[in-house]
Design a protein around this ligand. Sequence first.
Ligand code: PLP
Length: 417
Amino acid sequence: MTGRNFLFVPGPTNVPDRILRAMHRAMEDHRSSAFPELVLPLFDSLKKIFRTTAAQPFIFPATGTGGWEAALSNTLSPGDRVLAARFGQFSHLWIDLAQRIGLTVDVLDVEWGEGAPVDRIEEALTRDRDHTIKGVLVVHNETATGVTSDVAAVRGALDRAKHPALLYVDGVSSIASIEFRMDDWGVDLAVTGSQKGLMLPAGLAIVCASPKALSRTASAKCARVFFDFGDMAKANATGYFPYTPALPLLYGLRESAAMLLEEGLDNVHARHHRLASGVRAAVRAWGLRLCAKTPAWESDTVSAIMTPDGVDAARIIDIAYRRYNLALGAGLARLAGRVFRIGHLGDLNELMLLGAIAGAEMAMRDVGVMVEPGSGVAAAAEYYRSTAAPLPGAAPAATAPDARGTAESEAAVAARR
Ligand code: PLP
């Protein structure tokens, strides 16, 4: 197929040309005396991205799943109890991993489409007077459902319960895209992967550990070799790794961090919010619903869009891919066939999103979901146009009859209720 593939799965995301060029390197000696010049500044950049001064970043050649395992195995012992909320496929998989490495997980099941249940977490911690719960696990952004949880509120629950458990946060589809504040939110272990907000290929698991988390490593008995923080910290201290690092990815990470910090994290977050809002305007104009139950849960990095009853979302995804060269995210586990997902994170702009919205619209009509042609595109385009930053010296954009399609489709949604 000619033209570019439109990659709109919520990771891996588009790798900017600047990063591709930075990764295009001949291999080199990772034990040379020059190597620390590449490695040591990476840790400072990661601290800025995780918004921490106190925590220590670790870079493993792995993926987000490896980051989950590293965070848990370095700080816990087999049989330790942890509390975890389950509200989507990734929170489910993290719980599964925790159980398989020998932890006992108290699972708080939540309807998919909602996020971390702060009150129930607080209740469970308050009941645990002997402090047998050693950790609380939260997926900040549940990529399967397009739901963002309030991590600061979970920290509030731990504090109100005066509970010493460590706070573990999966930031795989949030960190470097939407607001994440390791220190302010009292996060003890934060996990991400390279292939989402960091705009890199998959291949790095990045874990940040607070001083309190690091103080637990000596007594933590879970088996670990490859993921051992101790071995890693010892080698990292002088700018090396205990094994062969993924060299091109490290060069890519250096460039990615430079791009994010040049744009400014607040601007990165605002861009993600604006791009996501345009997608949500399109969804409303189509008269469809998000999996996220209320706007408070809506994610700025991925929208999981429910298809009407009787319509197999997998067919929309397949047509979009085969006919229009557009990769949409699939529904996972119990959402298979019921949602398609538009990832709106990483290196994106308005017109790229409009292409994805147009392709989704065409594929939906192809399978018989008769959304009005152009309705989603029009709603998103008007939203983007009317909220565009003013250009110096240029007349302001004419005030739009702001996303007329949006207002109409809200009525349409109300009528369907
Ligand atoms: N956590 C979340 C929220 C994710 O979205 C993913 C992957 O998409 C993972 C964990 C697992 O990461 P990986 O596939 O990099 O192992």
